[in-house]
Design a protein around this ligand. Structure first.
Ligand code: NAD
Ligand code: TDX
Length: 334
């Protein structure tokens, strides 16, 4: 029986990963360590919280006393926990440095002390910075340009250093932008879909020509599993679907799916230091036998329908603290 410690499992990708792994493996135990920040939501895992193979621990990855016994008991650590929203990192980077860098260090130290079969450090395509043309390979230099991506780059290379220095069996997936069910309604697709459902403006930064490569979240989960099972120690794996779309195309797709008017498109002040384009060469992960299952069209249909059918999930989130953030973030712009 395999024992997994998943950190940040109450967030968007972590919760999808836990559900995905439990649906595919019977001989498995998963402990989810999550601090339940604004982005951590127990509702994301309501359907599996009674499953005997699953256990939830509320706690902070920066707290060595909490982390130590959980890592001691685990065969594999997957570190999804992070502050993950670029705009919030521009406003207040403090928690990004603390969780994304120091928290990763605490986990790595515990893994070094107790030994693990695998340490999967969830990284991101943003560590490369922006690329005008062509594709980033795993060996390209890192040029992160926001406090978020710089903190993720720090964690990514710190994990690598534990492989080089201590022979900790680290693997590092770097995925492109994920979309799908259970994404906190602050990121482009989840925010715009839920705003459109309420006939609210969709705030497009700058010209809307910035490009991202969109990967359906369960395809990413499958990729993370492939890296965990078949990746080589110390190696990085880019995970992308090759669905390069600019923000205008994404916005129009959402409006079309929902039958809402383009008059909801509202151009606002650009994000500071806004990366123009992310794009990945995925030859290496494809050599492990992985490829995305969802086309962009199917993934978007599934995503937009999910938010339409799960209004109660996101309406709860778009209140209280969220409204304070939203009002202060967009107040000069909308
Ligand atoms: P998310 O913000 O939805 O979830 C993050 C989770 O981490 C939340 O449940 C939160 O409560 C938890 N957390 C935060 N600080 C913590 C701490 N100190 N201790 C314990 N738990 C803590 O993020 P996400 O979009 O699911 O991203 C998950 C991971 O994937 C992150 O490492 C992110 O950098 C990476 N990633 C995300 C994307 C994307 O498009 N969303 C793309 C590439 C990589
Ligand atoms: O209101 C908005 N208006 C807008 O135009 C928001 C929230 C975003 N945007 C633009 C900015 C980007 O060009 O949409 C694009 C995508 O923005 P986000 O959803 O904030 O994602 P991004 O900044 O690309 O980062 C995401 O992908 C990599 C995740 O949030 C990161 O956690 C991940 O590492």
């Amino acid at each position: 029986m395999r024992k997994l410690l998943v950190t940040g499992g109450a967030g968007f990708i972590g919760s999808n990963f836990i559900r995905y792994m439990l649906s595919r493996h019977s001989d498995i135990r998963i402990t989810n360590l999550d601090k339940l920040t604004y982005a951590g939501n127990p509702d994301n895992l309501r359907d599996i919280e009674q499953d005997d193979r699953y256990r939830f621990v509320k706690g902070d990855i920066c707290d060595a006393d909490t982390v130590d016994p959980l890592v001691r008991d685990a065969d594999v650590v997957l570190n999804f926990a992070a502050e993950s929203h670029v705009d919030r990192s521009i406003g207040k980077p403090d928690d990004f440095i603390r969780t994304d860098v120091f928290g990763t260090f605490v986990l790595l130290e515990a893994a070094r002390k107790h030994g693990v079969e695998r340490f999967v450090q969830i990284s991101t395509d943003e560590v490369y910075g922006s690329i005008e043309s062509g594709l980033f390979k795993e060996t390209d230099p890192l040029m992160p340009s926001s406090p978020y991506s710089a903190s993720k780059a720090g964690a990514d290379r710190l994990a690598f250093s534990y492989y080089v220095t201590y022979k900790l069996p680290v693997v590092i997936p770097r995925s492109s932008n994920n979309y799908g069910p259970y994404q906190f309604p602050e990121k482009l697709i989840s925010l715009f879909t839920t705003n459109a459902l309420d006939d609210k403006p969709l705030p497009i930064y700058g010209t809307g020509e910035n490009v991202r490569d969109w990967l359906f979240v369960t395809d990413n989960c499958e990729g993370v599993e492939a890296v965990m099972e078949r990746g080589t120690d110390g190696e990085v794996y880019n995970l992308g679907a090759g669905n390069e779309k600019n923000n205008l195309e994404i916005t129009r797709t959402i409006l079309r799916e929902l039958g809402k008017p383009e008059s909801l498109m509202t151009f606002v002040r650009d994000r500071q230091g806004h990366d123009l384009r992310y794009a990945l060469d995925t030859t290496k992960i494809r050599s492990l036998g992985w490829e995305p299952r969802h086309s962009f069209e199917d993934g978007m249909k599934e995503t937009v329908s999910w938010y339409r059918d799960n209004r109660r999930w996101w309406e709860k989130l778009k209140s209280g603290e969220y409204l304070e953030y939203y009002k202060s973030h967009y107040k000069r712009e909308l």
